[in-house]
Design a protein. Structure first.
Length: 341
């Protein structure tokens, strides 16, 4: 006989897989948009390569996944209550992600999910649960701190690294520069996809494991191979079917740049993702790293190439993400708790 908790666990697991697919569907543009525009990769090859390296990156690294489990576990009670918290956060983050995708705006799926969980946990705390403080700490360390650091650092590094890159190519012909830059950009696009898997892919495995632990169907011994593999497959499938609304925004609406600056931007993004996943265990947003790097590299040109109207629009949605998802997550939890309890 299927109990209410078992049914709710299945619903949560399905929502996690759907969220992962949406994440890959949205973020496919991060690694391939500029490479496709600069003709470093064809669209079909770019998507296939991005899906493959996203899968590999997910299976290689567990640092962020372990971080997420260890942090959220402090705040999630077992049973239906904890599953309701997870479902509220997933629905809040997923709805905001769908809205931003429909409007062609790049935003962080990681930040929307963490903020949604924090909002649901805060609503639970308002109802008298005293075990919700861990999620607010995760909101500060997993959303607010990266939101302040990632765009500024990515913009500054890309802007500055254009200077030595152009200096090294000063005696080369334009065709040689473009050819070398396109080759480098192809490699950098693969590296961004690998970093995307290391960052975003592990969140899916962590959330699947966390749902099983919360429902009492698994023990909290780190990320299990099964959920990790499912997370890798869902995220890679989303990349494979990648939507091009956001790719059009990143490649054409934010900045006009040559292959050299595209190579610099994607190289900076890949390094930031690797450092965040492997060294400092900080959830770096792939979207924010790539978008900010592109704007930074494009700003360092002898002519005005950045379309600041669109950049400011994207930035407003980044700032709105934690606010909207915290409120949505809290509201959904308050609405669902009487029904699911």
């Amino acid at each position: 006989m299927v109990t209410g908790q078992s049914f709710l666990m299945v619903v949560v697991l399905v929502c996690i897989c759907a969220f992962a697919f949406l994440n890959g569907f949205r973020d496919a543009s991060n690694s391939v948009a500029v490479a496709v525009r600069n003709k470093a990769l064809t669209p079909s090859i770019a998507v296939l390569v991005a899906a493959f390296f996203t899968f590999v990156g997910t299976m290689l690294s567990t640092s962020f996944g372990v971080y997420l489990i260890s942090t959220v576990e402090l705040a999630l009670p077992n049973g239906t209550h904890g599953l309701t918290l997870l479902l509220s956060g997933l629905l809040a983050g997923g709805a905001w992600g769908l809205l931003c995708w429909w409007r062609g705006l790049p935003m962080s799926s990681t930040h929307s999910l963490v903020a949604g969980l924090a909002g649901a946990s805060g609503a639970s705390a308002l109802m008298g649960d005293e075990t919700m403080h861990g999620a607010w700490r995760m909101l500060a360390g997993g959303v607010l701190l990266p939101l302040l650091i990632t765009p500024l650092l990515a913009f500054a590094l890309s802007y500055l690294l254009v200077i030595p890159a152009t200096w090294m190519m000063r005696h080369s012909s334009s065709s040689d520069v473009n050819g070398i830059s396109r080759a480098g950009q192809s490699i950098a696009a693969c590296a961004v996809a690998l970093g995307h898997g290391m960052q975003d892919g592990q969140r899916t495995g962590a959330m699947l494991t966390l749902a099983l632990v919360t429902a009492g169907a698994a023990h909290p011994d780190g990320i299990m191979l099964g959920p990790q593999l499912v997370g890798a497959l869902c995220l890679s499938a989303g990349v494979l079917f990648g939507g091009w609304r956001i790719a059009h925004t990143i490649a054409y609406r934010l900045v006009s740049m040559d292959p050299l600056r595209g190579m610099v931007a994607q190289s900076v993004s890949a390094v930031m993702l690797f450092v965040g996943a492997m060294l400092i265990h900080l959830p770096i947003s792939t979207t924010q790293a790539v978008t900010s790097s592109i704007v930074g590299a494009g700003s360092n040109q002898p002519f005005e190439s950045v379309m600041w109207l669109h950049v400011r629009r994207v930035l407003r949605h980044w700032l709105a993400t934690p606010v909207v998802c915290v409120l949505a997550g809290g509201t959904l939890f308050l609405a669902m708790h009487p029904l699911l309890s």
